[in-house]
Design a protein around this ligand. Structure first.
Ligand SMILES: [Zn+2]
Ligand SMILES: [Zn+2]
Length: 103
């Protein structure tokens, strides 16, 4: 399996895996847009810090678009991020086949 620097993956059964949420770094919350001192539930994992993913093929590989971070800075405002459009915010994705985030 390719080395994943950030995302922790646990295969729970055939075709199902639990990944640590890269977008909130497993914390379940993300800073809201303007006020960084309080947080909103993570839009990727719904606040649990973990994401259940249904997939067809292993291995999971680090998402090269967000470099495994799960978030990409919008063009102008680098101080906060949006979930990565490629991996959906989980920082990794199966190498092939269909997959989806169940949560
Ligand atoms: Zn999250
Ligand atoms: Zn990504």
């Amino acid at each position: 399996m390719a080395e994943l620097r950030i995302v922790h993956i646990e295969i729970v059964s055939t075709g199902k895996a639990i990944l640590s949420c890269a977008y909130c770094e497993g914390k379940g919350g993300v800073p809201s847009n303007r006020r960084r001192e309080w947080q909103e539930p993570c839009p990727v994992c719904g606040g649990s810090g973990k994401v259940l993913v249904e997939f067809e093929e292993e291995p999971f590989v680090e998402c090269s678009f967000c470099e495994g971070k799960g978030g990409v800075p919008p063009n102008r405002r680098r101080e906060w991020q949006e979930p990565c459009p490629v991996c959906g915010g989980i920082g990794a994705k199966p190498i092939a086949g269909k997959w989806r985030i169940i949560k």
